[in-house]
Design a protein around this ligand. Structure first.
Ligand code: PGA
Length: 229
């Protein structure tokens, strides 16, 4: 299983360092063999020690240059970071990233041998139209995306389930993952209000290879409860 923690705009450099140290210790203690990834905010990226992968929540598709407010490969390589999240719904919806921009980022980081966690997800009004509408919406998010890369992980995150406390049902996750798995061979994560109280049933769903977690990853105790579930 793959367990990924997305801090979003939470934690500071100091609290991230404490978190990473605690996580490394706890994982060692529990002899965790699953894959664990952590995406801290850009200001807290660093070369942390531990049996987990640190990735960037976002980066600009350039080595370096005149892109005010962004970070590029140069800033990631300083800490040996070779993993990036692309296509998160908050970047699509709040930051206005189009499929075209997302595909450009994807191609850029793929060509530089980055591991990519590529996120897709539908809004509530699409979910309410039924399975066919959901499939069409999600598959359109693969436009310009090479889904055959070896270092690709896909995360299905229904927008209406993110940060709302309302996760998708086991049936919704199961049917959506089944549909997606007929198009991609990459590991497929579920994300959206994953927490200690629903982790067992979610990772028990056929076609779920792991989870991408926001809120419930912010405390080490809570994230470890997921990892060791
Ligand atoms: P959540 O966020 O776990 O807080 O719902 C998930 C995500 O956006 O990756």
């Amino acid at each position: 299983m793959i367990f990924a923690a997305n801090f979003k705009v939470n934690h500071t450099r100091v609290s991230t360092a404490a978190y990473m140290q605690a996580l490394a210790g706890r994982m060692n203690e529990k002899k965790v063999e699953d894959r664990v990834l952590v995406f801290p905010p850009a200001t807290a990226l660093d070369a942390y020690k531990g049996d987990f992968t640190v990735g960037a929540q976002n980066a600009y598709p350039a080595i370096s240059g005149a892109y005010t407010g962004e970070i590029g490969v140069m800033q990631l390589e300083e800490f040996n970071i070779k993993t990036v999240l692309i296509g998160h719904s908050e970047r699509r919806e709040i930051l206005g990233e189009s499929q075209e921009v997302i595909a450009e980022k994807f191609q850029f980081f793929l060509s530089r041998s980055f591991e990519i966690i590529y996120c897709i997800g539908e809004p509530l009004e699409v979910r309410e139209q039924g399975d066919e509408a959901v499939a069409a919406y999600l598959l359109a998010q693969f436009e310009g995306i090479d889904t055959h890369g070896e270092k690709l992980i896909v995360a299905y995150e229904p927008i209406w389930a993110i940060g709302t406390g309302r996760s998708a049902t086991v049936e919704e996750i199961s049917s959506t993952h089944k549909m997606l798995k007929s198009h991609i061979s990459a590991p497929l994560l579920y994300g959206g209000s994953v927490k200690p109280s629903n982790i067992q049933e979610i990772i028990g769903v056929d076609g779920v290879d792991g989870v991408l977690v926001g809120g419930a990853s912010l405390e080490v105790d809570s994230f470890m409860a997921l990892v060791t579930a």
